[in-house]
Design a protein around this ligand. Structure first.
Ligand code: SAH
Ligand code: MG
Length: 901
C-alpha cells in the first residue's frame, strides 16, 4: 500500500542494531514526503520494513488488512479517537492524501465563520480509523450514523485546547489558525469542473416520495456538502448526514445518501456527553420518514434525501436489475460522464475504460473493438502529478527535477508524452499511441478513433483510446438522434470517423415482448429444472409493475414497464440473479418465453436512472406485484473447472485421486511415475497416506505446473513427515511422448486427464511409448467421457426442436484446451488395441456417477496390467536415452534440491 501511494518517495533505510558480537537485529526508518516513522527492532529486515510500513499507514489513518482491533479496549479506543482528531487538525494533515484532507482543504475555502470547520458527519464517515475505533466502543454505530457522530463530538470535547466544538452546529474547527503560507498554497489549488448527477428523494405531504434527478454543480469551488445542504433546504453542510456507501463498489460507484441530521429534542442537549443514542424528537419521526431513502441505505432517514456519487466524475445510474443490485445498465454506460483521461490504475475507479468499451460493444451487438498500437521515439514533455496535494512551494520547484529521475519515480506512468515534431525528439524512449476501430457484426466501420498523444505505456495508450471512444459514444447518445454529420467530432487529441447510421441500425432495441401468445404457449406443461448449476445462460426479460384494479387509486388496472434487458448473461446458482427469475429460466428451453407474477415487497424502492419516467415511480404506492416476462436466449455449459468441483461430491478430481490411491494400496508397488503430473495433485495425495511406495516421480512439459508441483509436494512432505515411506520424489521436465530410460520398468504409471490434451495420434503414440518402453506393471489412464457432457449442459427435453439448434451452440468439450473427448467406445478401442499389441490386460471403470447404463461415468478410466512374460520385456540399456531434465528432487535426509526452478 505504501508503494502504491508513494512509489519511490517512500524511502526505507535499514539500521543494524548489534545486540552482541554475532547477533544483529534490524530497525527500519521509513521516510515519507510528509513524515517519517521508525520501526521497532526485528530479527529479520523484512519484518522491520513491514512494521515501519504499518506504522506509516496507521499515521495516515489507513487500515492495513490485518489490523486487528480485537484486543483494543474501549478506553484505548476513546484515546485513539481523541488522538486521531488531534492529528486530523494538525498542520501536516492538511496536505495528506486522505479523503479528509480534501474535505479540510475545501472547508478552508468556505466563507465566514464556517471557514475551516469540518462537519462531524464527514469525520465520522471518511476516517477509517475513527470508524473502526467507534465500532470497538459500540458495534451498532455501523448502522447508526448519528450515534457515530455523537462519539466523534464527545471525543472532540476532550480537546478543548485544540478543537472548537461548535455548540449549535455539528462541526469541528481547529482553534489555532493554520499558518498563512499553507492557506496561501491552498488558494492556488486548481478545482476541476465537476458536475455530479444525483437523485433527489423528496418527501411530500401525501407521504409518497417524489424522485427527481438533480445536478450538483461542484465546479463553483464551494464545498460540496454545502451545495447538497442547499438542495436539501438546510443551512449548511454540517447539518447533512452522510450514509455509508450503498450499491456495489465493484461497479465503481460509491453512492451515498445525504439527508438532514435528525433534529434532536431541544431540551435534551446532554446526549453529547452520554454514550447512548441521542433521542430524536418523535413528532419529527412520524412526519417524515423517507421510505425510499431509508430502503436504499438501510438506515432510517427522515425528510428529503439526495442520493449522489460525489468525488468521481461519473453520473450515478441506479437501474434496478432483477437481482436487486444497482449496477451499470446499458444506459449507464453510454450516459456515464467519463473522466478526460486515464492516468494511473490506482486512481481509476470501477472498470477500466477498455473493459467498459468492450462491454458496450457486446451489449450493442458490435464486434469487439480492435486496438492498433503504434510506437515512436518521444521525449517526456510534462509530468502530470496525480495527487492534489503537492502544493508547497518547495515541492513545486522539485517537480521538474523529479521528472528526470525517470521510471522508478513515476512507476505508474505519471508521465505523459507529447509528440512534438521530429527534430525535437531526442532518443529518450518509446511512446505508444493507440487507434481503436469498432465494427458492426456485418463488418461495417462504426467508429475509428485515433489519438495524437503518446503514452509511456502501451496499456495507458489503450485505456486512453478506449476512453476517447467512450466519450465519443457518450456524446452521441446524449445528443440523441441528431444529424450524423453534425456530430462529427474533432479536437486536438482525437481523430474520429463515425458512422452513426450503422450503429443505430445494429443496436437499436427491438422492443419488448410483443408476442404474448407464444409466451403462454407452454404454461400448462409440468416443469422440471433442466439447466444445472454453473451454466451460463443468457436471457432477455421485461419487468412490469402490475397494479391491480382493486388496489389502484383510480380503480383501473395498470401495467407499466419498469425495466427490460435485451440480453443479459448470468451464471446459474451463484446468487447473482433474482431467484424467481432464475427458478423460471432454468426450466425453459432455448427460445422459450415465460411469464409470471410475483408480489411486490412492501419496502421495495426504485431509484431509476436519471432518464426514467416519473410515471412508474408514482405507481409504486399501489403496486400489486411484478410481472416478469422472460425469454431464454442461450445456454452455455459450465466449464471443466466447475464440473470438476460442483457436480460431484467429493469432486471429480478427488474421486480420481482416491481411485488411484486405492490401486496403489492394493499393490505392493515401490515406484510410481505420474505422466502429465500437472500441479502435483496425485503426488501430494500419495504423500498424505502410508503406502509401499519408495520413489515417485512426476513428468510434465509445463514448467509452470512443475514449479507449482514442487511447492505442493514439498509442503505435503513437510506436513506428513513419516506418514509415508517415501525415499525420494522427483520432478522431470519433458514430454511423455518421449521415453526416458531412467523411468524404465516402473511398478505403476498414472496418466490422469492428460491424453485429451494431445492430438489423437499422439495419444496413441503415448500409449505405445509407455506400454512398450516404460513398461509399468500397472498403468492407470483417465480421460473425460464425452457422452456424459449432456448432463452438464442439459437445457430441456432432448427432443424439443428448439433444443437441437441450441446444442450446436454448446461447447463440444469441457475445456477449450482439449483436443478431443472420447465416447466410451472410442476409449475402449484405443486401450484395447494397445493392450493387445503390447501384452497388457485391460479393465475399464470410471468415477463420477454410477457408471451403470448410459451415459457411463463422467471420467472414464482404464487400468492396464502387464501380462508377465518376462522374455517380452525389452532390455533398455541404462543411460541410453535421457531426454528428461530433473528439475526438482526431494530425498529423505537430504531435503530439497532445485535445478532450474
Ligand atoms: N494429471 C494432472 C494434470 C492434468 S492437466 C491432474 O490430474 O491434475 C494435463 C497436463 O498434461 C498438463 O499439466 C500438461 O502440461 C500435461 N501435458 C500435456 N501434454 C504433455 C506431454 N506431451 N508431455 C508431458 N505433459 C503433458
Ligand atoms: Mg483435461
Amino acid at each position: 500500500m505504501i508503494l502504491q501511494k508513494f512509489g519511490v518517495k517512500a524511502i526505507y533505510r535499514i539500521e543494524e542494531v548489534h545486540v552482541s558480537s554475532n547477533d544483529c537485529l534490524y530497525r527500519c526508518h521509513l521516510q515519507l514526503p510528509e513524515f517519517s516513522v521508525v520501526s521497532n527492532v526485528f530479527k529479520r529486515k523484512k519484518d522491520s520494513e513491514q512494521s515501519a510500513a504499518e506504522l506509516a499507514l496507521e499515521k495516515l489513518g489507513i487500515q492495513s488488512q490485518d489490523d486487528d482491533d480485537v484486543d483494543i479496549t474501549v478506553d484505548e479506543a476513546w484515546n485513539n479517537i481523541v488522538e486521531r482528531i488531534k492529528y486530523i487538525f494538525s498542520d501536516e494533515f492538511l496536505s495528506v492524501d486522505h479523503p479528509l484532507g480534501g474535505h479540510l482543504r475545501a472547508a478552508l475555502q468556505r466563507d465566514g465563520e464556517r471557514c475551516g470547520s469540518l462537519p462531524v458527519s464527514v469525520i465520522a464517515t471518511f476516517d477509517a480509523k475513527i470508524n473502526s475505533r467507534c465500532k470497538v466502543i459500540d458495534p451498532s454505530v455501523e448502522s447508526d450514523p448519528i450515534l457515530l457522530m455523537s462519539y466523534v463530538m464527545k471525543a472532540a470535547a476532550k480537546l478543548p485546547d485544540y478543537i472548537v466544538v461548535s455548540p449549535h452546529v455539528d462541526s469541528l474547527r481547529r482553534k489555532k489558525p493554520y499558518p498563512p503560507a499553507t492557506i496561501k498554497a491552498l488558494a492556488t489549488t486548481h478545482v476541476k469542473s465537476i458536475k455530479a448527477e444525483a437523485v433527489h428523494l423528496q418527501c411530500t405531504v401525501g407521504g409518497e416520495e417524489v424522485v427527481k434527478p438533480v445536478t450538483l454543480d461542484i465546479s463553483s469551488g464551494r464545498y460540496y456538502l454545502d451545495i447538497i445542504a442547499d438542495k436539501l433546504g438546510l443551512k449548511d453542510g454540517s447539518q447533512v448526514m452522510i450514509s455509508r456507501t450503498i450499491g456495489k463498489t465493484s461497479s465503481g460507484y460509491e453512492c451515498r445518501v445525504y439527508a438532514a441530521i435528525p433534529k434532536l429534542k431541544s431540551s435534551d442537549n446532554s446526549w453529547k456527553a452520554r454514550e447512548k443514542r441521542p433521542i430524536i424528537e418523535s413528532s419529527h419521526l412520524e412526519k417524515s420518514r423517507n421510505a425510499k431513502a431509508s430502503f436504499v441505505c438501510g438506515v432510517d432517514i427522515h425528510g428529503d434525501a439526495i442520493v449522489a456519487s460525489v468525488g468521481y466524475p461519473w453520473r450515478i445510474c441506479c437501474g434496478i436489475s432483477p437481482n436487486g443490485i444497482y449496477k451499470l445498465s446499458r444506459e449507464a454506460i453510454i450516459a456515464a460522464q467519463l473522466p478526460f483521461s486515464f492516468t494511473t490504475k490506482s486512481t481509476w475507479r470501477g472498470p477500466f475504460p477498455r473493459e467498459i468499451l468492450c462491454m458496450f460493444c457486446r451489449q450493442q451487438q458490435l464486434v469487439e473493438p480492435i486496438f492498433t498500437i503504434s510506437t515512436a521515439p518521444v521525449k517526456p514533455m510534462s509530468c502530470i502529478l496525480r495527487s492534489y496535494q503537492k502544493l508547497k512551494d518547495s515541492e513545486c520547484d522539485e517537480k521538474d527535477s523529479e521528472c528526470d529521475e525517470k521510471d522508478s519515480e513515476c512507476d505508474d506512468s505519471e508521465y505523459q508524452y507529447t509528440s512534438k515534431g521530429k527534430e525535437e525528439i531526442p532518443e529518450s524512449g518509446t511512446g505508444y499511441r493507440c487507434e481503436v476501430k469498432i465494427l458492426s457484426k456485418s463488418q461495417d466501420l462504426v467508429l475509428d478513433c485515433s489519438s495524437r498523444k503518446f503514452y509511456e505505456k502501451e496499456n495507458h495508450a489503450i485505456q486512453n483510446a478506449s476512453l476517447n471512444a467512450l466519450s465519443w459514444l457518450s456524446r452521441l447518445f446524449d445528443e440523441g438522434d441528431g444529424d450524423p454529420l453534425q456530430i462529427c467530432y474533432t479536437d486536438d487529441h482525437l481523430d474520429a470517423v463515425f458512422q452513426q447510421r450503422i450503429l443505430m441500425k445494429e443496436a437499436v432495441p427491438k422492443g419488448h415482448f410483443r408476442n404474448r401468445d407464444e409466451m403462454n404457449q407452454y404454461e400448462d406443461q409440468v416443469r422440471i429444472q433442466t439447466i444445472t448449476k454453473g451454466s451460463l445462460v443468457s436471457i432477455c426479460y421485461s419487468v412490469y409493475l402490475d397494479v391491480d384494479a382493486d388496489f389502484s387509486k383510480d380503480g383501473k388496472s395498470k401495467k407499466e414497464l419498469i425495466e427490460s434487458n435485451e440480453e443479459i448473461e448470468f451464471e446459474v446458482g451463484n446468487g447473482s440473479m433474482n431467484p424467481h427469475l432464475e427458478a423460471v429460466v432454468t426450466q425453459l428451453v432455448v427460445g422459450q418465453y415465460a411469464r409470471f407474477l410475483t408480489d411486490a415487497p412492501a419496502e421495495d424502492l426504485f431509484v431509476t436512472a436519471a432518464t426514467g419516467t416519473q410515471r412508474d415511480r408514482s405507481l409504486l404506492s399501489d403496486v400489486a406485484g411484478f410481472e416478469y416476462c422472460v425469454r431464454l436466449l442461450g445456454v452455455k455449459g459450465p466449464t471443466e473447472k466447475r464440473i470438476e468441483a460442483d457436480f460431484f461430491k467429493p469432486s471429480l478430481s478427488k474421486q480420481r485421486l482416491e481411485y488411484v490411491v486405492k490401486h496403489i494400496k492394493e499393490s505392493s508397488a515401490s515406484t510410481l511415475v505420474d505422466f502429465g503430473c500437472g500441479s502435483g495433485s496425485l503426488l501430494a495425495s500419495i504423500l498424505d497416506c502410508p503406502t509401499s511406495l519408495q520413489t515417485i516421480a512426476g513428468v510434465d512439459i509445463s514448467h509452470k505446473s512443475l514449479t507449482r508441483a514442487a511447492k505442493v509436494v514439498l509442503l505435503h512432505s513437510k506436513i506428513n513427515k513419516g506418514a509415508c515411506n517415501l525415499k525420494s520424489t522427483l520432478l522431470h521436465d519433458g514430454s511423455i511422448l518421449e521415453f526416458d530410460s531412467r523411468l524404465h520398468d516402473i511398478d505403476i504409471g498414472t496418466c490422469l486427464e492428460v491424453i485429451e490434451h494431445m492430438e489423437e495420434d499422439q495419444a496413441s503414440q503415448f500409449g505405445k511409448t509407455v506400454l512398450s518402453l516404460f513398461r509399468p506393471k500397472l498403468l492407470i489412464v483417465s480421460t473425460p467421457n464425452i457422452e456424459y457432457n449432456t448432463n452438464f449442459h442439459k437445457s430441456g427435453p432432448p427432443n424439443h426442436p428448439k433444443n437441437r439448434s441450441m446444442s450446436s451452440q454448446l461447447p463440444k468439450f469441457r475445456n477449450q484446451d482439449h483436443k478431443f473427448e472420447w465416447t466410451r467406445k472410442q476409449f475402449k478401442q484405443w486401450a484395447s488395441k494397445l493392450a493387445k499389441r503390447l501384452n497388457y490386460s485391460v479393465y475399464f471403470s470410471g468415477v463420477g456417477g454410477s457408471g451403470i447404463g448410459d451415459p457411463g461415468f463422467a471420467s472414464q478410466i482404464v487400468v492396464f496390467r502387464r501380462i508377465s512374460l518376462s522374455n517380452i520385456v525389452e532390455k533398455v540399456s541404462e543411460g541410453s536415452m535421457q531426454p528428461y531434465k530433473i528439475i526438482w528432487k526431494w530425498s529423505r535426509g537430504n531435503g530439497e534440491e532445485k535445478t532450474n526452478l
